[in-house]
Design a protein around this ligand. Structure first.
Ligand code: APR
Length: 254
């Protein structure tokens, strides 16, 4: 049987429009916990009590207790080899865009240029009363309830359950899924829609699906063509190395 990394590398070398969808798993090696599974955030916090928009409106102080914990981890986190490998793939001209469900900004910090933040961004906040925007570094998150100068409650610009996906992000991501001839899915349990529908849409348009995950997901047996099982921070650098090897041998043979 062909080595799956070699197989994925050859698919990517021949691709014309590679798009990646990333999830919490890609940032686990940066120290940010994923949502599902043991040690996932939703093991500790019930998502309906802490991540639904109505919970934020009803009891923002309670939701901020979870947000504060997340911010303390993510503001100190650094991109890991998986983020850098995707940035390298873009630089090499293969990867056209990353659609990320993450709100940690680590792809951009690793140098990726075209990043669509499907679930919004934790780096900015909006006042629920006057709509003034703040950058996270200008906000004191150590108080029980971060507020605007007008006294209104600040809400991070992340998409809570029950909120709409930002329309531009949804449009752009659907277009990318339609254009992709190879679609790479990294570190997502693919349980949350509409994000989980993007690889399915790409597959329906004829894209090959490469999936990188520690565990099998509902995509693995249904639409995945090449499954690379393991840590994204190990697999992605190996994949980039393999693609580079192939490029070099093409040059050597010409
Ligand atoms: N490398 C690769 N995959 C990993 C790694 C790793 N080092 N660590 C964990 N994973 C995988 C897990 O096996 C799991 O399939 O990452 C996936 C993480 O899944 P979730 O925690 O469900 O995260 P995600 O799919 O991004 O969640 C989607 O759900 O609660 C919402 O808004 C939140 O954006 C989030 C959305």
């Amino acid at each position: 049987m062909k080595d799956p990394i070699k197989e994925a590398a050859s698919i990517i070398r021949e691709s014309k429009y590679l798009v990646a969808l990333t999830g919490a798993g890609i940032s686990v090696e940066s120290g940010i916990p994923a949502f599902r599974g043991s040690q996932g955030l939703w093991d500790k916090y019930d998502p309906f009590e802490y991540a639904h928009i109505s919970s934020f409106y009803n009891n923002p102080k309670k939701v901020w207790s979870m947000l504060r914990e997340l911010y303390r981890i993510s503001l100190n986190a650094k991109p890991n080899p998986a983020h850098y490998a995707l940035s390298r793939l873009e630089e090499m001209g293969f990867l056209k865009a990353i659609i990320t469900q993450n709100v940690d900004g680590l792809h951009q910090r690793a140098g990726s240029k075209r990043v669509i933040e499907f679930h919004g961004s934790g780096e900015t906040l909006t006042c629920l009363d006057c709509r003034k925007k703040y950058k996270i570094y200008d906000v004191d998150i150590n108080v029980p309830l971060p507020k605007c100068s007008c006294g209104g409650v600040l809400k991070p610009d992340i998409v809570f359950f029950g909120e709409m996906i930002p329309p531009e992000a949804l449009d752009e991501s659907m277009n990318l899924a339609r254009c992709a001839d190879v679609f790479m899915v990294v570190g997502t349990s693919a349980q949350v829609y509409p994000a989980a529908g993007l690889p399915i849409m790409a597959k329906e348009r004829g894209a090959r699906i490469i999936e990188i995950n520690l565990e099998l997901t509902q995509l693995t047996s249904s639409i995945t063509d090449v499954f690379l099982q393991g840590r994204a921070g190990e697999i992605l650098p190996l994949l980039v190395g393999e693609i580079l090897k192939g490029n070099r041998s093409k040059v050597d043979n010409s």
